[in-house]
Design a protein around this ligand. Structure first.
Ligand code: LLP
Length: 439
């Protein structure tokens, strides 16, 4: 059974505690709903992916880019920098957070399938490490921006290796029928190679592939690596020079449920290294600089959401069975993953033990919508009552980062906890924030 909680969360006398601070104390000080972030756990996971890359490919032979889309704020960007790894941003907004944190542009990689001219111009001007090119139009836009800035911009080409990764349809990205990248199979990838080579303001450094998210086995990564490296071989055959970089994206899965068994960084990257080395041998190439972009696997397990139960309601189903609807003080505005992807979570009462018999339950939010479900099916103690605290683990990735203001609900804060101390790093939205855009 996998551990769904961060490394410094534990249970004492039925109470959840993070770094020794009981959930009840956290709720009293910071309110609910709140995302609690285990700072040491985050830092340790970032370091573990970096170490795995160094161990498997050689020291400084590659780069970990933390995928900021999973969750980013200024303080977390500082931790990423302190971990000595790079940052993947996919919008001007994420780039602005990185710059506010004084993140070195030379360690930022810029993604996006529809980067605006303004976003491209800014990225080129500040000197980001690489821009990952996603369309033929973008090649012209980058060339124009680089020319204007008097620079040569390093790029990777985002390619779709034609793989059905075993994950939900909305988060699988590398089969053919997607908006991302240039397809290898259709020849679009080669067309992009030729288009990039026409511009002296662009330096093509290599290829990029991201096959999807929440992937729990390495086989799809291995096939993707082989297909991308085959194209590196084709490039060398055609132009007589080897491209120096290959980015294999993110997508490493985590435990949402105790039955989800993720691969450790060392096992995952060890397997990737075997596949990369084999493919480079097969196509008679040197091993390029390898980059990876884990987001979820670094921040996902490091946070839990703490809610307060507001009401419970016993509903008799058509079958005659009953379901206990447990309403919490957040919902689809702080966790859209359940309604969007059918994501599954567990939850526990965090403030007390209960010996009450468990009942078939559904954890729902406070939004004006039936689909506002945090956990569709879960057995919870029958005596769960208003005022109880309910903690949902593994909400660090794509929770707060996908939060909305639906129904004018304020987005929750993120509180970092380390060494027995808790501090707000992203404050709770206020009514003034919610009204602040009305003209
Ligand atoms: N690199 C690229 C190019 C990506 O598109 C993504 C995620 C990542 C890296 C990071 O993937 P990760 O390691 O975090 O799985 N909202 C969805 C996930 C969307 C992922 C989008 N791209 C979810 O909540 O599951």
């Amino acid at each position: 059974m996998a551990n769904v909680w961060s490394a410094n969360a534990n249970f004492k006398d039925g109470q959840l505690a993070l770094c020794g601070i009981p959930a009840q104390q956290l709720a009293a000080e910071f309110g609910t709903p709140t995302f609690f972030l285990d700072e040491k756990d985050f830092r340790d996971r970032a370091a573990a992916w970096s170490r795995a890359l160094n161990d498997s490919f050689g020291k400084d032979a590659g780069t970990v880019y933390y995928a900021g889309k999973a969750f980013i704020c200024v303080e977390v960007a500082r931790w990423v920098e302190q971990a000595g790894i790079g940052l993947d941003v996919c919008t001007g907004g994420e780039l602005a957070v990185a710059l506010a944190a004084k993140f070195p542009p030379s360690k930022i990689q810029v993604h996006g399938n529809n980067k605006s001219v303004a976003e491209i111009t800014r990225a080129v001007e500040i000197g980001v490490a690489t821009i990952v090119v996603d369309s033929l139009f973008e090649i012209e836009r980058i060339a124009a921006a680089a020319k204007k800035a008097g620079k040569v911009q390093a790029v990777l080409l985002r390619l779709t290796p034609g793989i059905e990764a075993h994950t939900h349809e909305s988060i699988a990205t590398a089969h053919e029928d997607v908006k991302f990248g240039f397809s290898i199979a259709s020849g679009a990838a080669w067309e992009a190679v030729l288009a990039v080579r026409k511009h002296s303001e662009i330096e093509l450094r290599g290829f990029h592939g991201h096959i999807g998210s929440q992937i729990l086995s390495m086989d799809a990564f291995e096939v993707a690596a082989d297909r991308l490296i085959a194209l590196l071989g084709q490039y060398r055959d055609e132009f007589g020079a080897e491209l120096p970089e290959l980015d294999l994206g993110g997508g490493y899965g985590i435990s949402y449920l105790p039955t989800d068994e993720p691969l450790s960084p060392s096992v995952a990257i060890g397997a990737l290294a075997v596949a990369v080395h084999a493919a480079c041998k097969k196509y008679n190439l040197g091993v390029p600089k390898i980059s990876i972009e884990p987001g979820r696997a670094i921040v996902g397990p490091a946070m839990f959401t703490l809610y307060e139960v507001g009401t419970t309601k016993n509903v008799v189903l058509e079958s005659g069975a009953t379901r206990n609807y447990v309403s919490v003080d957040g919902g689809m505005s702080d966790n859209i993953r359940t309604s969007l992807y059918g994501a599954e979570y567990i939850a526990v009462i965090a403030n007390r033990t209960s010996t009450s018999e468990s009942r078939s339950s559904r954890v729902v939010g406070k939004h004006c919508e039936t689909g506002d479900i945090v956990i569709r099916n879960i057995d919870l103690p029958g005596d769960i009552s208003p005022g109880d605290l309910l903690a949902v683990p593994a909400t660090g990735a794509y929770g707060r980062s996908m939060a909305s203001n639906y129904n004018h609900v304020a987005r929750p804060p993120v509180v970092a906890v380390i060494d027995g101390k808790a501090r707000v790093i992203l404050r709770r939205e206020s009514e003034a924030d919610l009204l602040g855009l009305d003209v």
